[in-house]
Write a protein that binds this ligand. Structure first.
Ligand code: SF4
Length: 345
């Protein structure tokens, strides 16, 4: 029987495991409390568990965090964390402080197979999906790096990989993060899952009832430009995608986030802005404009400031809530679309 990383098990799965090992469901709840509520990862410290039960747990599994290989601070206060996984693969996460917020951008895959033209991660190709333990492990590790009394307040699934392409591990990790009784206790409203637009995944995800925020990487207002920038658009057109978004269940006052990377001369014209406003009509939307973050070999450039502001003001004028995200961590290769780690030989 293969050993299991307890860090990736939902509290109810820890209860099942406890029963499988001859204990009661209560023992499973105790383990969940130690790991997720108290942040204790050493079985020897779990003093209220009988010795024999701890021995069976140790035989059956482990509680393993990904190794934090590097922490690189940026001049703007953000930090890029590089994790080395058991098989030698590496993924990154980014910690971004902003007043009393501390946002963690985490990864769901090693590399990414979606090949968006403006994204450095997309040049890596997909190596593999992360396990739920490796996703949750990024958050637990980031919290351990925080100063005493602080922890990550917001989580965005916008690092390496396409979350909905790693569906089961994504949903398991979200259930662990949002379980307020025995899990990590994050409010779903403080978690955002960003997708490139996998329509079948969006529909299924909407039925999970998780209540987390949905973000769509849109990046173009016409199918021809979007298909050029994002091959996924050849499978699901803008019309199909936005129809799925319209059906996505939203709570009161909850909105769908749309990300739009601004590329000079590609998708930043006044007509693009007007078309985007028309596309989003009837959707409770918030648009985030991301001026392109360059990388070596990229074929795109960031538009001049005046054009960025003009694009924003056209959207605002059409009644679309729009902000500009001046990405953090650009100097350390941690900004949006800049994450890439070497693939082991
Ligand atoms: S933008 Fe997202 S989906 Fe597209 S290649 Fe980059 S990581 Fe993959």
């Amino acid at each position: 029987m293969s050993r299991v990383n307890l860090l990736g098990l939902r509290p109810s799965e820890l209860e099942d495991l406890a029963v499988e090992l001859g204990g009661s469901r209560y023992r499973g709840r105790q383990v969940a409390t130690w790991i997720y509520r108290k942040g204790v990862l050493d079985l020897d410290v779990m003093s209220d568990l009988p010795k024999e039960f701890r021995a069976s747990l140790r035989e059956r599994g482990e509680i393993a965090l990904p190794e934090t290989e590097r922490v690189t601070p940026s001049q703007d206060g953000s930090q890029k964390l590089v994790f080395r996984l058991e098989d030698g693969s590496r993924v990154s996460a980014v910690l971004m402080p902003d007043d009393d917020r501390l946002t963690l951008c985490l990864s769901t895959q090693v590399g990414c197979g979606f090949a968006c033209a403006f994204c450095l991660t997309g040049t890596m190709g997909l190596t593999r999906n992360l396990t739920a333990a490796e996703i949750v492990g990024q958050l637990v590790s980031a919290n351990r790096l925080c100063a005493e009394g602080r922890r990550v307040t917001h989580i965005v699934f916008m690092g390496m990989g396409e979350p909905l392409a790693n569906y089961a591990a994504l949903v398991t990790s979200l259930r662990i993060m949002t379980d307020g009784r025995l899990g990590l206790g994050y409010s779903p409203r403080r978690i955002t899952v960003s997708t490139v637009g996998i329509v079948s995944g969006i529909e299924r995800f909407g039925r999970e009832g998780l209540g987390v925020n949905l973000a769509i990487s849109l990046h173009a207002a016409s199918d021809d430009v979007r298909s050029r920038l994002m091959p996924v658009n050849r499978s699901w057109s803008l019309e199909t995608l936005l129809a799925a978004v319209r059906r996505y269940p939203l709570a009161n006052r909850q909105r769908v986030f749309f990300e739009y990377v601004l590329l000079d001369g590609v998708n930043d014209s006044a007509e693009d802005a007007r078309r985007l406003a028309r596309l989003l009509r009837g959707i409770r939307a918030k648009v985030t404009l991301i001026p392109f973050n360059g990388w070596e070999g990229a074929e795109f450039r960031r538009p001049p400031l005046a054009k960025i502001l003009q694009f924003q003001s056209t959207l605002l004028g059409a009644g679309v809530t729009t902000t500009v995200r001046w990405s953090k961590g650009e100097d350390i290769g941690a900004a949006c679309g800049q994450l890439r780690e070497p693939i082991p030989a």
